[in-house]
Design a protein around this ligand. Structure first.
Ligand SMILES: Nc1nc2c(c(=O)[nH]1)N[C@H]1C(S)=C(S)[C@@H](COP(=O)(O)OP(=O)(O)OC[C@H]3O[C@@H](n4cnc5c(=O)[nH]c(N)nc54)[C@H](O)[C@@H]3O)O[C@H]1N2
Ligand SMILES: Nc1nc2c(c(=O)[nH]1)N[C@H]1C(S)=C(S)[C@@H](COP(=O)(O)OP(=O)(O)OC[C@H]3O[C@@H](n4cnc5c(=O)[nH]c(N)nc54)[C@H](O)[C@@H]3O)O[C@H]1N2
Ligand code: SF4
Ligand SMILES: [Mo]
Length: 728
């Protein structure tokens, strides 16, 4: 069967497997905590900030999950989504058993199969691909902890093509730009030292709606201490509402503002002279370059008053070096994104904030040795062989490229493993390409906890147990206080679900590659690693979180001769690397396209209640926010003759329409834009709560702008109009 139909309805639902608890097991009781209470440590997986917490059970039933007081990611408090973690475990729509695509009576459907049958099928197909095309033709698309086990298994097989949408659909431009400028990235958690900042500039970055836990807490600490907040956002975001200056910029013109700020800092002699002289290269070229970009020029592009541009530049300079221009996180905007992130990186260098209190601190992690499993040899052709030439400067695979290289009979990639990433809603405007790839591939394995849309294309669907039912790697992130945290199972895996390591090991064994997984249970790996640093699994099961001392100072010393990991050893304001590959060595401003008559910029972002589409079916979080709305300015609403609460469909210039979505008329959005929260508009009927509710921004994106440096998919250049829906 090579032609793959999208399978919307599974016949497998409700068949097989049991769940140890019933939905509603955590419903409130008169006196919670009066029964037999037990606790176990966990690391939240409701987003990728990875806060450590404690799971409470009462009489063997889940009760609540709370933040770990010693954890720097959360400072003792989980966010809304984190507290809804139990909902992920209890969700009755979870995937329950392995599913195999079969054809019965001329119709394709999913059949529940045993794990043995699933693994046998996968191994047979992998071997067939290896024999027919070569063993390097499989790709991994993944987001999250368990992906590494599949990467290890695939590498042992001979394939090393992988990509994470958290790069090309998210942080890629930032990582590339800071890498080029400082020789290293911002990391995750981001190394912003906001608690000590005296001035914070947010460009987009809608903190408060974007709820990365300790980041929001340190931001609030700074505001409490009286830090000045400057927010640049075309929308009156939560952050804008807390700002001293809100700059409602014309969408897509941020580079013009950034250049004008540099112009003021340099021409008014406000930049950090010592820092620039000591640490930076290319300052002379920068000085000459920014002369053309004064605030009067920027006004014409951005719509921001020259006086405001000057005043905000001076405010930043007064707070130097505790003056942070936040690097942003979701940076795949308009296709000139590496250049915008470079401009942010350069501005921070002028303010002397990198390596200084209130700017960016130095990260450190615990030196946790690798478990001595054999390392598979490096396949000759890895993901670089696919991107080489197009995007030589990136540090990671590019998911949109891997998808493109999977389409058609001559495509390099012949099989996919998709771990915890819902590609149809995640890689913008590529629905047709994903479908075409699915039809061309000889094998598609999807590993998920939920019947996400991507599972509809799979040959085999493997149900992973949720984070509350498994071990994953010890959390060991580069950060301010090197800290280890343990995620461990609080419950037996529900139904027939299993953890990723178990699946990857099982497949490897079928392929005769079991030697690469030389353990019975992943807890052995964790225990071994922990013992190398003076702890143990049993200690971590008790304490959950273990801080370690730092070996380096978090900030640059007064006269420290810092060597940056760039060719010059300096912070590269002017980038020879970019010049060498034919890209602009200093950030060039390119004006964005404007919406055609009758259309609006499609703006989108986060809600505190959800993480993308991964939580919209979560019974607890669904209750908090069941649908998204589209924000429309009163002027636009009047033109369109729509009112608050109406249902509309969004339509892009190619005629593609969304589900119905409710209108919110508000002055918090510019008249030329509409705004919606990403993650709604699920189509798979097996996600019974959320399917058909709200609209999906990804499906409307028709004008995706590929960044020529990072290869990322700029998602902010699409337009929509609103079509009123007659009452149904
Ligand atoms: N609750 C919650 N928190 C999350 C997530 C989640 O799903 N839920 N996801 C996490 C992840 S993975 C990421 S990457 C981050 C993303 O969060 P951020 O990095 O903060 O995302 P941004 O795109 O910078 O910010 C969105 C803001 O940009 C504004 N904007 C739109 N166009 C422009 C423009 O042209 N110029 C300017 N200056 N602003 C513009 C929008 O109005 C919106 O307020 O959030 C993280 N935090
Ligand atoms: N249109 C549009 N596209 C975007 C964005 C946007 O704002 N708008 N944001 C972009 C950003 S910033 C990012 S980081 C990416 C994120 O995009 P993705 O990485 O695709 O994140 P999700 O959409 O949350 O999909 C996660 C999938 O993982 C599954 N899952 C959840 N927990 C587990 C688990 O424990 N194990 C397994 N195996 N699966 C699990 C969920 O069911 C879901 O199917 O999307 C990007 N794409
Ligand atoms: S920020 Fe919230 S959702 Fe993300 S890991 Fe922390 S508690 Fe969980
Ligand atoms: Mo992201």
């Amino acid at each position: 069967m090579n032609r793959r139909e999208f399978l919307k309805i599974s016949t497998a639902l409700g068949v097989g497997g049991t769940m140890p608890v019933l939905l509603g097991g955590c419903a409130s009781k008169p006196l919670p905590g009066t029964g037999q209470v037990t606790t176990s440590p966990t690391v939240c997986n409701m987003c990728f900030w990875q806060c450590a917490g404690t799971l409470y059970q009462e009489d063997g039933k889940p009760w609540k999950v709370v933040g770990h007081p010693d954890d720097p990611h959360c400072e003792g408090r989980l966010c809304t989504r984190g507290t809804g973690g139990i909902g992920a475990y209890l969700d009755p729509d979870r995937l329950r058993q392995p599913l195999l695509r079969v054809e019965k009576g001329g119709q394709q459907q999913f059949m529940p199969v045993s794990w043995d049958e699933a693994f046998d099928f996968i191994a047979k197909r992998m071997n067939a691909i290896g024999e027919q095309h070569g063993r390097d033709r499989l790709a991994l698309l993944s987001h999250g902890d368990g992906g590494k086990h599949f990467r290890h298994m695939l590498r042992a097989f001979g394939s090393h093509a992988y990509a994470h949408p958290s790069f090309a659909q998210c942080r890629g431009p930032r990582a590339t730009a800071f890498g080029l400028t400082y020789g290293e990235g911002v990391g995750s958690p981001d190394r912003t030292d906001m608690a000590n900042s005296r001035c914070i500039v947010l460009i987009g970055s809608h903190l408060g709606e974007n709820l990365h836990n300790s980041q929001v807490q340190t931001w609030v600490q700074a505001l409490d201490k009286g830090a000045t907040l400057i927010t640049v956002d075309p929308r009156f975001s939560v952050a804008a509402s807390k700002s001293d200056y809100w700059l409602p910029i014309k969408p897509g013109t941020d580079i013009a503002l950034l250049l004008a700020w540099m112009n003021v800092l340099i021409n008014e002699d406000l930049y950090d002279h010592d820092y620039v002289a000591r640490y930076c290269s290319g300052f002379e070229q920068l000085v000459a370059y920014v002369q053309a970009f004064n605030p009067e020029w920027a006004y014409l592009e951005t719509g921001l008053e020259p006086g405001v541009i000057r005043a905000t530049a001076r405010t930043m300079a007064q707070a130097m070096p505790a003056s942070l221009v936040h690097p942003g996180r979701f940076t795949a905007w308009y296709g000139n994104d590496t250049q915008r992130c470079r401009a942010i990186a350069i501005l921070n260098a002028l303010l002397g904030s990198w390596g200084r209190p209130g700017g960016f601190y130095r990260q450190e992690k615990v030196e946790l040795p690798h478990y001595p499993a054999p390392r598979p040899p490096k396949p000759q052709r890895d993901w670089r062989a696919i991107v080489q030439g197009d995007f030589p400067l990136v540090s990671s695979g590019i998911s949109n490229q891997l998808i493109e290289h999977s389409i058609g009979p001559d495509a390099f990639i012949k099989g996919w493993f998709v771990y915890a990433t819902n590609l149809p809603m995640t890689v913008p405007g590529m629905g047709e390409q994903i479908k075409a790839a699915a039809e061309s591939l000889a094998l598609m394995v999807v590993i998920d906890t939920m019947p996400a849309e991507i599972t509809g294309y799979a040959d085999v669907v493997l149900p992973e147990c949720t984070y509350l039912e498994r071990y994953d790697d010890i959390r060991n992130k580069a950060e301010r206080i090197p800290t280890l945290a343990l995620r461990m199972p609080a419950f037996e895996p529900g139904y027939e679900s299993k953890p990723a390591w178990w699946m990857a090991k099982g497949i490897a064994e079928r392929l005769g590659l079991g030697e690469y997984f030389p353990y019975k249970d992943y807890s052995e790996v964790l225990d071994w690693q922990l013992k190398q640093v003076g702890s143990s699994l049993s200690e971590m099961q008790q304490i959950g979180v273990k801080p370690f001392g730092r070996k380096t100072a978090p900030y640059f010393g007064v006269d420290e001769a810092v060597q940056f990991n760039t060719p010059s050893g300096k912070i590269e304001l002017y980038s020879n690397i970019l010049a060498d590959v034919g890209q602009d060595p200093l950030p060039r401003y390119t004006p964005p396209e404007r919406p055609p008559a009758g259309y609006y910029h499609l703006n989108f972002g986060r809600s505190p209640a959800h993480t993308f589409g991964r939580t919209t079916n979560n019974p607890q979080l669904f209750e908090l926010m069941p649908e998204n709305t589209v924000w429309v300015h009163p002027t636009a609403a009047a033109t369109l003759r729509i009112a608050n609460g109406d249902y509309v469909e969004l339509q892009n210039p190619e005629g593609r329409r969304s589900n119905r979505i409710r209108v919110r008329v508000t002055e918090r959005i510019r008249p030329d834009s509409v705004f919606m929260v990403h993650g709604f508009g699920h189509t798979d009927k097996r996600q019974r709560l959320t399917q058909g509710v709200g609209a999906d921004d990804a499906a409307l994106m028709h004008n995706v702008k590929i960044d020529p440096i990072a290869g990322s998919t700029g998602m902010r250049a699409s337009f929509v109009t609103l079509v009123k829906r007659e009452v149904s």
